[in-house]
Ligand binder design. Structure first.
Ligand code: GAR
Length: 229
């Protein structure tokens, strides 16, 4: 149990994380949890790929994992089967919050609606622009001056749920898709723990749209983070 600044003990937020790849964002959450810097308990990690490095990160931290590989023994696992197993596993872990951190399968509305906890997704663009894939390339092609990442509530429509927080950078004349990916990922590593802290402390709420921001003295959503260094 963590102690907040007013010395009130706060119950750790139980988090399940869904991943598909490297898991650098998962690692930030693991490090923050282990350092006692975030009032969270990562109760389990689900991967849809058995070769995701995120699984090694979770296992090294003694976090339970479930591998629901979309290519299990040469046979493609359909999304319905994946969702049935994932739902069962999530119910067993009893999370308060489900975090999609680099999870690359599109989930159905019924899975999202029936999940045992609300879901947030980390997306590498300043939503509502550039939903979907290849966001860095599309920013460069459009000649945009600003780019960044967003955390939004997950709804049936892809990358379209209410945006809670964003981190912003200015695009440099020398930026490439690769450099933007790396710069945005550094922002993500700040944005994800910050957003989860706001949720854990009930500054942000994932309940109905009208009550989505518990603190009326904060600016309207999305809250934006500009990191200058
Ligand atoms: C992150 O950059 C995240 O924004 C992106 O995948 C990466 C995962 O990195 N997510 C999406 O594109 C979702 N549409 P990580 O595995 O190192 O955390």
């Amino acid at each position: 149990m963590s102690i907040d600044q007013t010395s009130q003990p706060i119950k750790p937020l139980r988090i399940a994380v869904l991943v598909s790849g490297s898991g650098s964002n998962l690692q930030v959450l693991i490090d923050a949890m282990q350092a006692g810097a975030l009032p969270i308990e990562i109760v389990g990690v689900i991967s849809n790929r058995d070769d995701a490095y995120a699984l090694t990160r979770a296992t090294d931290a003694a976090i339970p994992v479930a591998v629901l590989s979309h290519v299990a023994s040469g046979k493609r696992m359909g999304i319905k089967t994946f969702e049935a197993h994932a739902n069962e596993q999530l119910i067993a872990w009893q999370p308060d919050l489900i975090v999609l951190a680099g999870f690359m399968r599109v989930l159905s509305g019924s899975f999202i609606d029936n999940a045992p906890a609300p879901m947030i997704n980390l997306h590498p663009s300043l939503l509502p622009v550039y939903k979907g894939l290849d966001t860095h390339q599309r920013v460069l092609q459009a000649g945009d001056r600003y780019h960044g990442c967003s955390i939004h509530k997950v709804t049936a429509e892809l990358d379209a749920g209410q945006v809670l927080t964003q981190a912003v950078l200015s695009v440099d004349i020398n930026d490439t898709a690769e450099s933007l990916q790396s710069r945005v990922q550094k922002l993500e590593h700040k944005l994800l723990p910050w957003t989860i802290l706001l949720l854990a402390k009930n500054v942000l709420s994932l309940e109905a749209e009208s009550t989505s921001q518990a603190n009326q003295y904060l600016p309207t959503l999305p809250l934006q983070l500009f990191i200058t260094s």
